[in-house]
Design a binder for this molecule. Structure first.
Ligand code: DX5
Ligand code: ZN
Length: 223
């Protein structure tokens, strides 16, 4: 069964001094913009604090998909929903109370999502599927853009697709998605694709989003 495909470009590789304009460059063809929030604790890299993220969210013409790579995420995550994110993703490895935090995100008006690092297995988190609007399977170690896609995560994507079954949960992949890797991820069952360097290192980011979408759609139609 073909899935509805969404492309959510990451601005991690965009010009940080000009993010409003960078988001405008992809807004015609993209579904959401993926905002990587890093605190230099959960991952060895820093991007934005909450105040700066809230500013970006307020100027974005695209709905914002916030990927929180921050330690002790439970307090801050609902605040991202409150300031207008369309979707807020917490890491399973960074929360002390998955269920309450996912519920707080939803009750503040955003889609609730859970991310798993490459070494984190899916099984222990299956009990939370009922709380989720999106599941993110990381296809690189979180922290940096431009890394190589981890092919060994594809079985986890396929397993997640099977477990999701008829539920209306988006299945997102993040890390190393490009013209070379998007087909394999779509065939494994992903329907929502983050792409950072593939989009922003291209001469025409908006067109790259369209090409990525077409490739994913063709692969998904084979399912
Ligand atoms: C990694 C981030 C990703 C990533 C995307 O920690 O979550 O969003 O930077 O960038 P590419 O597509 O270059 O891997
Ligand atoms: Zn991300």
């Amino acid at each position: 069964m073909a899935h509805q495909i969404r492309i959510t470009p990451s601005i991690l590789n965009a010009d940080f001094n000009n993010l409003g304009a960078e988001i405008d460059r992809i807004s015609v063809t993209s579904d959401l913009v993926h905002l990587d929030v890093m605190d230099n604790i959960f991952v060895p890299n820093f991007t934005f604090d909450f105040a700066r993220a809230a500013e970006i969210i307020s100027v974005s013409k695209l709905p914002v998909d916030a990927h929180l790579m921050v330690a002790e995420v439970d307090q801050i995550a609902p605040k991202y929903a409150e300031v207008g994110c369309a979707s807020v993703t917490i890491h399973a490895e960074a929360t002390f109370d998955i269920r309450s935090t996912l519920r707080a995100i939803r009750s503040n008006g955003a889609r609730a999502a859970l991310a798993l690092k490459p070494k984190t297995p899916l099984e222990p988190y299956l009990e939370f599927l009922g709380e989720l609007d999106m599941l993110l399977i990381m296809t690189v170690e979180p922290g940096f853009g431009g890394q190589k896609f981890m092919v060994d995560q594809l079985p986890k994507v396929a397993q997640a697709r099977k477990e999701i079954g008829a539920r209306a949960i988006w299945l997102q992949v993040d890390g190393g998605i490009s013209l070379e890797t998007i087909e394999a991820a779509a065939i494994a069952g992903a329907d929502t694709f983050v792409a950072g360097s593939a989009v922003f290192n291209s001469p025409d980011p908006a067109q790259m989003v369209t090409i990525l979408r077409e490739k994913a759609q063709i692969s998904s139609s084979l399912l």
